[in-house]
Ligand binder design. Structure first.
Ligand code: GAF
Length: 384
């Protein structure tokens, strides 16, 4: 059964009626530009063909009930719980967070019954949370006929995550999931929120992006993410700039010389050089030189490993094995401390590279990785 059919079947079984519609939102990978979004910098993610689908219909009592195929027990809440961050917890907090963010922005949010099915793996760093937030948001906007221009959606979904769920993330994931376009990577300036769709036609180039799920247990990912964010803010304050975006590679050495602790210096160096790598990647893609982006991906990984210190042994093993097996470039994607690696490979090398990574994992005694090849897909949409 497709994910859309699973959502519909779940809806029918749970609520004994037909959904009014189905809304789908993808997961994402980030091609390059890690931990730059909350530094007002640049990112280049793309939406995945893996999607979360929400089947939904209005609830006459003005309450919200959510069922997910991952948890047979539905969660029900009313305005009181939705209006209080923390009032709903667990996976349903992403749903309540969207209701909260809409209500906080003054919208008259319709009560709804929702059924959620997903092909986006949870906890793999592919933005399953932004996918559920965005699909629920699209459903509630449509069901309520809410006046919310599409340009405002990503900020609203981010508020749900930051202020209701309590995860201090940047704007990249919701932007990719909402604004992604098939065959393109999304070049986003996180300060101005300007976007440019950059053609990223892997088939035409005879290439593939292999995504390797490290299956590494998330090790203190939330606390470490917040700590990295604080380091960056400390660095920006010490340098007297609004955000690390305001330091460029030409001024990097001078900036580093003004910082007195080594850890902050390395965090700053990662962000400044990573912003430049995004710009360089975009320039190569614009010139149709997809293969040549490989070294930038690998340099991004080294920077995350050595300067930002957010990789783990499983992730580094996957990157090294992919490169040894002939990948043009490979890097961890997402927030870090686990999650996925992406590798740019010749289309016919995807299987051998995946096999090489699996073998390297077995040698180190790690749980076998998951692998799949992906192409840039479209963002959130109504299915009908
Ligand atoms: C996570 C966050 F949600 C993003 O905002 C971004 O900071 C990313 O980590 C790191 O680039 O996915």
């Amino acid at each position: 059964m497709t994910v859309a059919d699973r959502a519909t079947a779940g809806f029918r079984q749970r609520y004994r009626t037909e959904p009014a519609g189905r809304w789908a939102a993808p997961g994402r990978v980030n091609l390059i530009g890690e931990h730059t979004d909350y530094n007002d910098g640049f990112v280049l993610p793309f939406a995945l063909p893996l999607r979360t689908v929400v089947a939904a219909a209005p609830d006459p009592d003005g309450r919200w009930t959510v069922w997910s195929e991952l948890d047979d027990e539905p969660v029900e809440f009313g305005a009181a719980e939705a209006d209080e961050p923390g009032g709903v917890d667990g996976w349903a907090a992403y749903v309540a967070g969207v209701v909260w963010a809409l209500r906080a922005a003054g919208h008259d949010v319709p009560g709804a019954r929702l059924a959620v099915a997903s092909d986006v793996p949870v906890g793999s760093g592919l933005s399953s949370s932004a996918a559920i937030e965005s699909a629920v948001l699209a459903a509630l906007v449509d069901l309520g006929g809410l006046d919310l221009p599409a340009q405002a959606w990503h900020r609203l979904a981010q508020r749900a995550e930051n202020d209701y769920v309590g995860a201090p993330t940047g704007i990249m994931d919701q932007s990719a999931v909402i604004r992604g376009r098939e065959g393109h990577a999304l070049f986003l300036d996180c300060r101005t929120e300007e976007v440019e769709q950059i053609p990223f036609d892997l088939d035409a180039a005879g290439l593939a992006v292999l995504v390797i799920d490290s299956r590494a247990p998330h090790r203190h990912a939330d606390g470490e993410y917040a700590a990295r964010r604080r380091s960056c803010e400390r660095g920006a304050a010490a340098l007297g700039v609004a955000a690390l975006r305001d330091v460029d590679v030409a001024g990097l050495d001078t900036a580093l010389a003004r910082l007195d602790d080594d850890e902050t210096r390395r965090r700053v160096r990662h962000v400044v050089t990573e912003n430049q790598r995004v710009l360089d990647t975009v320039a190569l893609l614009r010139a149709g030189r997809v293969r040549d982006t490989g070294p930038l991906l690998t340099a991004s990984h080294a920077s995350m490993r050595d300067d930002f210190e957010i990789t783990v042994p499983e992730i580094d093993t996957a990157v090294e094995a992919a490169l040894s097996a002939g990948a043009y470039g490979a890097r961890m994607t997402g927030g870090g401390f686990g999650g996925c690696v992406l590798a740019l490979v010749d289309a016919d090398a995807a299987d051998p590279v995946a096999a090489a990574v699996t073998e390297a994992y077995a040698k180190r005694g790690f749980t076998a990785p998951g692998t799949l090849t992906v192409r840039p897909a479209g963002g959130v949409t109504r299915l009908g």
